[in-house]
Write a protein that binds this ligand. Structure first.
Ligand SMILES: [Zn+2]
Length: 224
């Protein structure tokens, strides 16, 4: 992967940037930030120069969900969950019914498919009854290939456990697709590597607010 110049985003830098932005803004935007939030890093694991968020020109970002099973319902709930964490219209998301137009596809196969080519960043999250994977694939020019693929697959034969697991693991993977390319170290956060509930914490909200208000992305998505 070609080294990129860009922001090295750490939790400390994010907090400092947010204060700076708030002071420079003549119309107070403090209502856009979660009070008391502590941010976690958003750069790609293993490469602190890579940050991503969807540019406004892609709004609404298009999600397609596997029509079989509970995926549509879980994706809708997850999109609303993350939109609810942003208070100032920073992001627009939409579920579409044509997978060919999608920026993100969420699939629910019976088994996890093979990992993508070398060089891809793979978020593999397994939580008791199910597992999920989000594949972040950069091309030779460090452009994020679309659509981003998310897979949610069963681990257990207990359908109640599996369905419960699907609910919060889908919300977690949608966080990765928004550009949260790092896990939180706080076990309470949805973006902890083993989430156990679907709600956004103050930390999740503050981090996605910073991502869509302050962070300068260093990689673009593939053109539509
Ligand atoms: Zn994850």
């Amino acid at each position: 992967m070609t080294p990129l110049r860009g922001l090295t985003v750490t939790a400390g830098l994010l907090a400092a940037s947010a204060v700076l932005a708030a002071c420079q803004d003549t119309t107070s935007d403090s209502d856009c930030y979660e009070p008391g939030g502590v941010a976690y890093p958003v750069h790609l694991v293993g490469d602190t120069t890579i940050t991503f968020r969807w540019p406004a020109s892609y709004f609404p970002v298009r999600y397609w969900a596997d029509p079989a099973g509970p995926t549509v319902q879980n994706v809708d709930a997850s999109l609303n969950l993350w939109l609810g964490g942003l208070h100032c219209g920073e992001l627009s998301l939409q579920r579409v019914t044509d997978s060919l137009t999608a920026d993100v596809v969420v699939l629910n196969p019976p088994f996890m498919p093979p990992v993508p080519p070398a060089g891809a960043a793979v978020f593999a999250d397994s939580i008791n009854a199910c597992q999920a994977r989000t594949d972040i694939v950069l091309d030779a020019n460090d452009v994020l290939e679309r659509p981003i693929h998310v897979y949610v697959v069963p681990f257990s034969v207990d359908s109640a456990e599996v369905n419960s697991c699907y609910r919060f693991v889908t919300a977690h993977e949608i966080g990765h697709t928004l550009g949260l390319l790092h896990h939180s170290s706080n076990a309470q956060d949805l973006m902890y590597h083993r989430p156990f509930r679907r709600e956004l914490t103050t930390g999740d909200k503050y981090t996605v607010q910073l991502l869509y208000r302050v962070v300068n992305p260093t990689i673009p998505p593939e053109v539509r």
